[in-house]
Design a protein around this ligand. Structure first.
Ligand SMILES: [Zn+2]
Length: 357
């Protein structure tokens, strides 16, 4: 009987009709539970039609309640209650508020979601383990083209597991045309350029090989510079007519030499001039594999390994690397996934009145 009841639990988790559960509760004498797929709706339903359909694995007495003695009936009821509990637990994944963790942030493509659970808990996002701070804080992120749902599971130190399915909002991203670029930086590279790109790539890779367990991101983020937003995250760039990878961050137009501030605390992992694409590049590790990158800088005022606090000067705006004019390109990655920095800082403040930044 257990196999049938388990199947009932599994199927109920797909349709979760309360009335269906009740019909399954008390099959009448001579009736068998028959699982049918309602073709009209596609939903799975359980009916108790007076037809007999016996699985080859089940013997007839299992399906005839009047042949069970009292202890067998009790055992059967207990099994049924257990299955129903499992169904209830599964349903909470979709409906209920989690009891053992909190989530806050942007449940959208390119968004970051900040969580808090018990110290010592383990957190998984779609099965992948997520770093959790000693105080139980964690962060998860969703890329530009992320699936529209995700499952967060938390395992408490006592073994209790709680899961929550979350919806990720779909976003439309604009198309941006940029013409008049040096064609050599748009398509095709010389061997010399490819060698330089490979060296740069190695430097970025080793800078990104580590992260700190301190949740520096928990202080929140501020714009690293004020100015007109000249490019947004996720836009599809068409350079000299050729479609390129979506824009990885937000661009802020600012005069050459304008000061750039750390948007949040962190550890500088790379401070390098002359990168082929990025020009002057600074990478800041905000903890838990969340990183900021600042590109095209004309001057760099920090060193690799140095700790910075929110608001510290890290360098100045330039047009180095692949840039058409002076601006700051700020991009962010969580575990290698690009996320949208603008979602963390909101609208650009008016420049006047916000001076002193
Ligand atoms: Zn950019």
């Amino acid at each position: 009987m257990k196999s049938v009841l388990f199947l009932a639990g599994f199927m109920l988790s797909a349709c979760a009709g309360v009335t269906d559960m009740q019909t399954a509760d008390a099959p009448k004498e001579g009736q068998a539970l028959i699982f049918t797929r309602a073709l009209s709706s596609g939903a799975l339903k359980i009916s108790s039609e007076p037809r007999i359909e016996i699985s080859s694995e089940l013997s007839a007495p299992d399906l005839a309640p009047n042949t069970l003695d009292d202890s067998q009936k009790l055992e059967r009821q207990a099994e049924y209650a257990e299955v129903m509990l499992q169904v209830e637990e599964r349903q909470k994944v979709f409906d209920g508020k989690p009891q053992h963790f909190k989530l806050d942030g942007q449940f959208v493509q390119g968004g970051l979601v900040f969580g808090q659970t018990a110290p010592g808990a383990k957190v998984r996002l779609d099965g992948d383990e997520v770093m959790v701070g000693e105080d139980g804080r964690f962060v998860v992120g969703f890329g530009r083209d992320s699936a529209l749902s995700a499952l967060i599971s938390v395992t408490l130190p006592n073994g209790t597991v709680e899961s929550k399915a979350i919806e990720i909002e779909d976003r439309d991203f604009p198309v941006q045309h940029i013409d008049g670029l040096d064609q050599s930086k748009v398509s095709g590279f010389t061997e010399e350029q490819l060698a330089k790109i490979a060296i740069d790539s190695g430097k970025k890779k080793s800078a990104r090989a580590t992260t700190q367990s301190t949740a520096d991101w928990a202080t929140g983020f501020e714009w690293p510079i004020l100015g007109r937003i000249s490019g947004v995250f996720g836009s599809q760039r068409i350079l000299n007519g050729e479609p390129k990878r979506p824009h990885s961050g937000v661009d802020v137009a600012a005069p050459q030499g304008s000061i750039i501030h750390a948007p949040a605390p962190g550890i500088v992992r790379l401070a390098e001039t002359g990168m082929y694409f990025e020009g002057g590049l600074v990478l800041i590790d905000h903890g838990h594999w969340l990183e900021s990158a600042f590109l095209h800088m004309s001057r760099i005022d920090v060193k690799s390994g140095q700790r910075v606090e929110k608001g510290d000067v890290i360098g100045a705006v330039g047009a180095t690397g692949r840039a058409t004019g002076p601006h700051l390109h700020w991009s962010m990655k969580w575990t290698g996934r690009l996320v949208d920095p603008q979602l963390l800082v909101g609208a650009m403040p008016e420049e006047e009145g916000a001076v002193g930044h």
